[in-house]
Design a protein around this ligand. Sequence first.
Ligand SMILES: *Cc1c(COP(=O)(O)O)cnc(C)c1O
Length: 474
Amino acid sequence: MPRHLASKIRIHGPAVRRSSKNTTNRLQRDDQKFVWHPFTQMEEWMQESPIIIERGDGRHLIDTEGNRYYDGVSSLWVNIHGHRTAALDQALRTQLEKIAHSTLLGLGNVPSIELARQLIKISPLGLQKVFYSDNGSTAMEIAMKLAFQYWQQQGRQFRRKRKFISFDMAYHGDSLGTVSLSGISLFHKTYKPLLFRTFKADPPYCYRCPLQLRHPTCYLACLHPIESTLREHHQSIAALVIEPMIQGVGGMITSPKGYLRAIRELCTRYNVLLIADEVATGFGRTGKMFACEHESVTPDFMAVSKGLTGGYMPLAATLTTQEIYDGFLGAYDDFKTFFHGHSYTGNPLGCAVALANLKLFRRTKLLQILPQKVRTFEVALRALKSLAHVGQVRQIGLMAGIELIQNKKTKQPYPLEDRIGHRIAMETRGQGLIIRPSGNILILMPPLTATHNELQVMVDIVKSAIQSVTRFQC
Ligand SMILES: *Cc1c(COP(=O)(O)O)cnc(C)c1O
């Protein structure tokens, strides 16, 4: 952390054993010498003295110097119950006493079976089968490949169904298939020659409505172009891909009431499969177990990952229906097999801790107590709306996006090179909060066990950081 901020760190809770200053310096040097960080301009990284996390404790991260920070984005949206949650720690130990890993190619393993059963039990009605992988990108690749192959195996009249509809500003991962589906040009334009093309739909970005209408009097007019595309091209479209209720990385764009439901109905009407990317939204983040539940939608595929293990282990799953599954059945030499798998598919450690995660949801009645926390969060966030450089605050559950703007009247955005989000995120560190923005959108996504007070404190820190960074601007 920049030295001038270090003195401002608030130390919360009891002191912890800390590494010596020398150790921190050595780790920082070696990090800069050997580690290439994701989504990071390493030249810039080399100028900083990075925070090195050594421990976690509930909603806190603790660095090698013993400084405590609120984990304001749940360690990139994965953590659910907090760090060092006893039941999750224990589940991993217990599984370790048995076996760390065995393959699902040709063998079953105990926790992967139990977990699949549990996932089906809590998922939208109609999802019946679980295909495991390791991360959100692979879960989405699998959904895409399954949707594609399904139609190829449905007979001649469906062979042309090979394309996808996805949303502008969507984010579905960093593998080439998921990058093709995504719509964030800053990340993806370099790879364009390697990507396949999709039909791109405009997201329901009401704050900057491309049709210049207002919800609800617009009657979701933004669905019309999507319907036109479906009407015209459904014979060549395999699936529509959506981040249900909120597009995350690409701007924390929440969808208006009725939107997801209407998308489901359009897909059904035009015989196009619906792939719901619940990688970010799954496991309570939006206030319900899955975002699709907000509008009683069952997708044909649901990809989950981030919160699946409570933020403990890399694990993912693609859930689908009996109908899709049946489309892959046949004699071996029909070659309808889904030829896909990973070294760590169905990893027992990951599955064991995911099972403990679900058990903890039940034991703590987390989903029942969540609405009150969501309410506290919402009320706290209201205080940001009046700030001169906050255009809109968008929130669902414990996911919030704060759109920073240069000029409130004209909605003029900050130029990306101003790095306004990044500067504010650096400022919050000095006040004991770690967040990571996406461009001009500040993101706050605390672990679901954050207390009412902690939610308020995190929002207060964000507010004061916005004020101090934007103070001298008009
Ligand atoms: C994070 C994310 C992914 C990608 O998951 P990884 O585990 O990072 O590969 C896909 N979709 C959404 C909506 C995400 O938020």
